[in-house]
Design a binder for this molecule. Structure first.
Ligand code: TYM
Length: 334
């Protein structure tokens, strides 16, 4: 029997999880769950790279919220390993080893670092180092596929470069080369209030109408979608529209499963109001079962914590064996 390919991915427990996270990541993970050997991590160590945002009580609640959302979005703990990054210390240890092999210039060039650093007066070293920890996450599990949104592509290229460098210097490390798995549509869901910026967890937390949060009320979801920015035209066509309409069309495409042609026919001559209503129906059909399952899970904290404990046990087993291989290849006494 051919063994299944290994998939690894993660979400940071920060801000308000939204439709972009769902379509770019969580839905993809759930949809392909049976085809792969899946490991999904709540990357809580990454979440402290912007330390000013941390409130210990809220942070703890957010970590558990994101883990529950994984399950609520359809990740089945019987088929996929779900765990918290900080419960598997091998992530930090491999990150240190990789740090020592990473040229500083590689990190200074990363676009997400430049974006985030530009918005803050004081930058922690962790923010610069973020891609190294992400590379450790991926390489520890001999990952072949990384299902993510488009914004993570550069981080995965960085991971590949680093794996190549380590394998060249220490061939016995035998790190596996990962490839990104980016959905054909919905890989970059844009802000509803401003379709020139990516839908974002942090903006969504402070600005109403920017995103659809997976745990938002039906009223807030309706308001956000019905007031989404469009343009002065009124014909919904994929190859002939502004970025706001394109964003709505893409959302409809991914969530309905219809073809572009069928969608254009459906909304032909009806104006953008009908398109927004259509998107709202699709979004509600996706979000309602997620919220129902999430509400059930919050009543059973013991189940969630036990699932995470079992997930961490399995993850630790795999991670420890990869780390041992890397340390031996470098010459450590293991
Ligand atoms: P994070 O927490 O920012 O986002 C989680 C996932 O959601 C995707 N995403 C989007 N997809 C489509 N449209 C959007 N507007 C949108 N916004 C976010 C992201 O691409 C991501 O897949 N660095 C990662 C976390 C991470 C990780 C890893 C991922 C740490 N280690 C190892 C994969 C493998 C991040 O910040 O994701």
């Amino acid at each position: 029997m051919v063994s299944k390919q290994r998939v690894f991915s993660g979400v940071q427990p920060t801000g308000k999880l939204h439709l972009g996270n769902y379509i770019g990541a969580l839905k993809q993970w759930a949809d392909h769950q049976d085809e792969y050997d899946n490991i999904f991590c709540v990357v809580d160590l990454h979440a402290i790279t912007i330390p000013e945002a941390i409130n210990p009580k809220l942070f703890r609640a957010k970590i558990l919220e994101v883990a529950a959302l994984y399950i609520a979005c359809g990740i089945d703990p019987a088929k996929s390993t779900i765990f918290l990054q900080s419960q598997v210390p091998e992530h930090s240890e491999l990150a240190w080893v990789l740090n020592c092999l990473t040229p500083l210039g590689w990190l200074q060039r990363m676009t997400q670092f430049k974006d985030k650093a530009g918005k803050s007066d004081s930058i922690g070293t962790g923010l610069l180092d973020y891609p190294v920890l992400m590379a450790a996450d991926i390489l520890l599990y001999d990952t072949q596929k990384v299902p993510v949104g488009e914004d993570q592509k550069q981080h995965i290229e960085f991971t590949r470069d680093l794996a190549q460098r380590l394998n060249t210097m220490f061939p016995e490390a035998k790190l596996v080369m990962p490839a990104p798995m980016i959905p054909p549509a919905g890989a970059r869901v844009m802000g509803l209030d401003d379709p020139t910026v990516k839908m974002s967890k942090s903006i969504g937390e402070t600005k109403k109408g920017h995103s659809v949060g997976l745990l938002d009320t039906p009223g807030d979801i309706k308001k956000a979608i019905m007031s989404a920015q469009t343009d002065s035209d009124n014909e919904a066509r994929f190859d002939h529209c502004g970025p706001g309409v394109r964003n709505l069309l893409d959302l409809y495409l991914v969530l309905s499963g219809l073809s572009k042609h069928e969608i254009e026919e459906k909304f032909h001559g009806q104006g953008y109001g009908a398109l927004k209503k259509g998107v709202l129906e699709q979004v509600m059909a996706a979000v309602e079962p997620v919220q129902a399952r999430f509400n059930e899970l919050t009543k059973d904290q013991a189940y969630l914590e036990e699932t995470l404990r079992q997930g961490a046990d399995r993850a630790r087993g795999i991670a420890a064996s990869t780390l041992k291989r890397v340390k031996e290849a470098i010459g450590f006494v293991v």
